[in-house]
Ligand binder design. Structure first.
Ligand code: SAM
Length: 186
């Protein structure tokens, strides 16, 4: 059976992550992806997990309390460069765009900060590393973000990265889909 969108986003990370890797959850929310990434990299690795909402960080801390390899950061992923040591090599980063499930629907990711974070993460990404983005476009800001992000990624030089779009074209109701940027190996 073809792998569904949300499990495939995890597969894209699982296939490349080794214990000890540095990983990023750019949109922590309630912490589901953070917990998944923390399990993949293990106690020798580290996950930096960002959210601009204190409530999200609190929920995620509680959800991930058994993990000691996570650094929660209350702040925008667009400022990720302020939290990376020089020479850091990120192996994988995940984004779940949109708003916090069961939260304030007016607080969503926005294309300007999403694109800025993608650029900064890419510059610290290890060769063969991946930025995995689940695009939710069922709300107005999501549609704007999807358009801007697709336009931006489509222009990315092929000699630097391969960019995948993974989606089911016959699904209704603006079903989420994946964009994955894989940095070329040198
Ligand atoms: N993966 C999450 C989970 O397991 O619950 C869901 C993430 S939710 C779809 C998107 C999250 O991105 C929201 O919690 C929102 O507050 C956060 N967000 C929005 N803009 C952000 C930004 N500039 N930097 C970091 N997080 C942001």
């Amino acid at each position: 059976m073809l792998e569904r969108v949300l499990p495939y986003a995890k597969t894209l990370a699982k296939d490349i992550v080794q214990p000890g890797d540095l990983l990023i959850d750019a949109t922590c929310g309630n912490g589901h992806d953070t917990k998944f990434l923390a399990g993949l990299t293990g106690s020798d690795g580290r996950v930096l997990s960002f959210d601009i909402q204190a409530q999200a960080i609190e929920n995620a801390k509680e959800f991930c309390e058994s993990y000691s390899n996570i650094e929660f950061i209350l702040g925008s992923h667009a400022n990720i460069d302020e939290h990376l040591e020089s020479g850091s090599a990120i192996k994988a980063a995940m984004f779940n765009l949109g708003y916090l499930p069961k939260g304030d629907k007016s607080i969503t990711t926005e294309y300007q900060t999403t694109i800025s974070a993608v650029e900064k993460i890419f510059s610290a990404l290890a060769p063969g590393g991946r930025i995995i983005i689940v695009v939710y476009h069922g709300h107005p800001e999501g549609k704007v973000e999807k358009e801007a992000l697709t336009e931006f990624l489509a222009e990315w030089p092929q000699k630097e990265a391969q960019i995948l779009e993974y989606r089911y074209i016959n699904q209704r109701n603006d079903a989420p889909y994946i964009l994955c940027i894989e940095k070329n190996s040198k």
